[in-house]
Design a protein around this ligand. Structure first.
Ligand SMILES: [Zn+2]
Ligand SMILES: [Zn+2]
Ligand SMILES: [Zn+2]
Ligand SMILES: [Zn+2]
Ligand SMILES: [Zn+2]
Ligand SMILES: [Zn+2]
Length: 239
């Protein structure tokens, strides 16, 4: 997804003390998302430390509709003694980077935090599925995923068509692979409009108008430098 010829060869990143170099193949998992490397990546080989290009470019502050009162800060490791957290979106554990709101005790995987606000899916082609932060069936009631048939927790995020009461886990709707951070593009990254990057079930995004603006320079000095800055999920949404 990245554009290696536009990426600087050497970067500094707040999550690691040594400079990170653009490298082809390193046998390590990404420190941010814990998924295997997909070369080229940024790495510090002596430490076995690696970041995907897109993960190295994650904004350090995220404004998200799930917690509109607070910005979510990007932490390089969970703020808990056991070094793990439970993602409030997908309810799965995480060990790498986390988007965290201390006031709410909110923790999100980076991949969940940038999940598109709407997706299209061939299992429900007639309508777009909207990212929904809790099941609408009453206090403490979960949902049943219409993709896989298994249950979801009450406060678990889901993709949903309200008109048809079609509910889906994030992963079942392909959200986990529908990432489009912009791959190093400055200015704007379109989440959910990765055009052709339809692996994992997101065949075609209905949400092609969703643009996520990178507001450079609010945090980290910006000005065309490395990653960082603030990202507003859902801002500039045009349907
Ligand atoms: Zn990664
Ligand atoms: Zn190192
Ligand atoms: Zn998650
Ligand atoms: Zn909060
Ligand atoms: Zn499911
Ligand atoms: Zn529908």
């Amino acid at each position: 997804m990245g554009r290696p010829n536009q990426s600087p060869v050497l970067i500094t990143h707040f999550s690691h003390t040594h400079p990170l170099r653009l490298t082809a193949a390193v046998d390590a998992n990404c420190a941010a998302c814990a998924l295997p490397a997909s070369p080229p990546s940024y790495s510090c080989p002596p430490c076995g430390f690696l970041l995907h290009l897109s993960c190295a470019d994650l904004p350090t502050l995220l404004v998200h509709p799930c917690d509109p009162a607070h910005g979510l800060g990007l932490l390089p490791r969970p703020p808990y003694p056991d070094g793990a957290y439970t993602c409030d979106a997908c309810k799965l554990q995480g060990w790498g980077f986390v988007y965290h709101c201390a006031a709410c005790g909110l923790d999100l995987h980076t991949r969940c935090a940038v999940a598109p606000l709407t997706v299209g899916h061939p299992a429900h082609p007639q309508h777009a599925l909207a990212l929904t932060f809790e099941a609408p069936y009453g206090e403490g009631k979960g949902f049943s995923c219409d993709m896989c048939g298994r249950g979801g927790a009450a406060r678990e995020w889901m993709y949903r068509c309200a008109a048809c009461e079609f509910d889906s886990h994030l992963a079942c709707a392909g959200a986990a692979t529908a990432l489009a951070y912009g791959g190093g593009d400055r200015g704007a990254a379109a989440v959910g409009a990765s055009g052709g990057g339809g692996r994992g079930g997101l065949v075609e995004s209905v949400a092609q108008g969703i643009a996520v603006g990178f507001v450079q320079g609010i945090i980290g000095g910006g000005g065309g430098g490395g990653g960082g800055g603030e990202m507003v999920v859902g801002e500039g949404m045009v349907l």
